[in-house]
Design a protein around this ligand. Structure first.
Ligand SMILES: [Fe+2]
Length: 185
């Protein structure tokens, strides 16, 4: 279950209904998914996509997503630091950022146009949709592990566009889960 924090207000939200309501207010879709059949952590990408086919197809129809894939990041993934740096600076995309977490944890920081920055810590079973144009950044937790289903409207649209606002520098990517040490390089 995701946890939301609003550092400026020293506020933490971990009640499932309140998390969903808070995120909906910010135009961010949040859902919990369970697979249609048991699927192991080591299952192939094809197997995982098949186990969540009902949810993926429903989301594709709703949001105009055309492709889905599985991204797999481990501490020994080549070029991991460079990859993380690409997303840990405030940016936006020309298409939605849609992630369903299969394993691992991470923190999305969202910078609304008219409100304080808030953090969403996601874990296994969390589906999050950050709408196109939303200013945000992302960090892994200390275990530097995430496996997630991604959905795309157009893969080309997902290039990060940096705001260069510097706002991201004022926030530590603190995770509240099992690994609570920041992973930012
Ligand atoms: Fe992003």
């Amino acid at each position: 279950m995701a946890v939301v924090r609003v550092p400026e207000q020293k506020r933490k939200i971990d009640d499932p209904a309140e998390v969903t309501a808070f995120l909906a207010e910010a135009d961010i879709d949040y859902e919990r998914w369970t697979p249609s059949r048991p699927v192991s952590d080591s299952a192939s990408a094809e197997d995982v996509l098949d186990a969540y086919r009902t949810e993926i197809d429903a989301l594709k129809a709703r949001g105009g997503y055309v492709t889905a894939d599985v991204v797999d990041v481990k501490p020994d993934t080549p070029g991991l630091d460079a990859m993380l740096l690409k997303f840990s600076r405030e940016h936006w995309h020309d298409e939605d950022e849609v992630r369903f977490i299969l394993e691992g944890r991470g923190v999305f920081h969202v910078h609304p146009k008219d409100g304080p920055v808030f953090a969403i810590e996601v874990e296994k079973g969390d589906l999050i949709r950050v709408p196109r144009g939303t200013w945000h950044w992302f960090d892994l937790c200390a275990d530097r592990r995430i496996r997630a289903i991604r959905l795309f409207q157009d893969v080309a649209g997902w290039t990060p566009r940096y705001t260069e606002s510097g706002v991201d520098k004022g926030f530590e990517p603190v995770c509240l889960g099992p690994a609570d040490i920041p992973a930012r390089a």
